[in-house]
Write a protein that binds this ligand. Structure first.
Ligand code: FES
Length: 101
């Protein structure tokens, strides 16, 4: 069952820059790319680096610790599709960003 929860405000996010939020003890990284919002797990699959602090370029975020990369749409690592972070379905209602938990 889809259950959307309001987690942030659209106008709080800067394009290309991540924002880390906490939800139910988990950290989720939000990104705004061309006015679309993406949500992925904040924890890098390599050694747990904070993806929300990474550089985002053309829909790909680069982990700030050792530069593993993830596609924000799919969560897949372009260099190794065996590696994937969880993605979340996002809906935007006015200024509210909601994700499916
Ligand atoms: S912890 Fe992310 S690349 Fe190493």
């Amino acid at each position: 069952m889809v259950k959307f929860v309001s987690i942030a405000k659209f106008d709080e996010l800067e394009s290309g820059k991540g924002k880390i939020i906490k939800l139910n003890g988990k950290e989720i990284a939000l990104f705004k790319v061309s006015d679309k919002i993406f949500a992925i797990d904040n924890e890098c699959k390599h050694q747990g680096g904070p993806l929300g602090e990474g550089i985002c370029n053309e829909g790909i975020v680069t982990c700030p610790w050792h530069q593993w990369r993830y596609d924000l749409k799919t969560g897949l690592c372009p260099e190794n599709p065996q590696i994937k972070v969880k993605t979340y379905e996002v809906s935007v209602d006015g200024n509210d960003i909601n994700i499916d938990i």
